[in-house]
Write a protein that binds this ligand. Structure first.
Ligand SMILES: [Zn+2]
Length: 131
C-alpha cells in the first residue's frame, strides 16, 4: 500500500463520525483536533475541498490533507477508479473520475441501485460513504 493510500485511510478513519472510536489518534489514542482551515481554490475541480489539519493533543501526530464531501451517484467504476455524476455549485451536471479506496461489492450495489449518496473525498481519493 503506498503512502498516500495509507494516509487517506487514516484520515478517513479519523473523519468517520459513524464509528464509535471516532476522532482518536492512530498513535496514542489521544484526542484529536481537526481544523478546516480554508477552501482550496481549484477551478479545474467540480468540488470544493478544504485544507484540513488533524493534530493530536497528546503526542507528535499531525497530518494535513484536503478533504471534502461530494453528493452524486456512481456511473462507472473498476478496482482503481470511480466515476461520480454530481452537480457543481452553479447547478450544472458534472462527471468526476477519481481513484477510490472503497469496497468493490458496495460500489456494485450503488451503481445498480443508481442511488444518490454522499462520498467523503480525502486528498482526491474517494474513501467512503458518509452515512
Ligand atoms: Zn497521539
Amino acid at each position: 500500500m503506498d503512502h498516500d493510500v495509507r494516509k487517506s485511510r487514516i484520515i478517513a478513519g479519523i473523519l468517520d463520525t459513524s464509528e464509535e472510536n471516532e476522532m482518536t489518534c492512530p498513535h496514542c489514542g489521544g484526542d484529536l483536533n481537526i481544523t478546516r482551515l480554508r477552501p482550496i481554490e481549484d477551478w479545474s475541480k467540480s468540488f470544493q475541498s478544504y485544507d484540513t489539519i488533524i493534530e493530536c493533543s497528546n503526542c507528535f501526530f499531525e497530518t494535513r490533507a484536503s478533504s471534502c464531501t461530494m453528493t452524486g451517484s456512481v456511473t462507472d467504476f473498476d478496482f482503481k477508479n470511480i466515476t461520480i455524476s454530481s452537480w457543481c455549485p452553479s447547478g450544472s451536471r458534472v462527471v468526476t473520475k477519481l481513484e477510490h479506496l472503497m469496497d468493490y461489492e458496495e460500489l456494485k450495489e450503488l451503481k445498480t441501485g443508481n442511488k444518490l449518496v454522499e462520498f467523503l473525498v480525502v486528498d482526491d481519493h474517494v474513501v467512503k460513504l458518509i452515512k
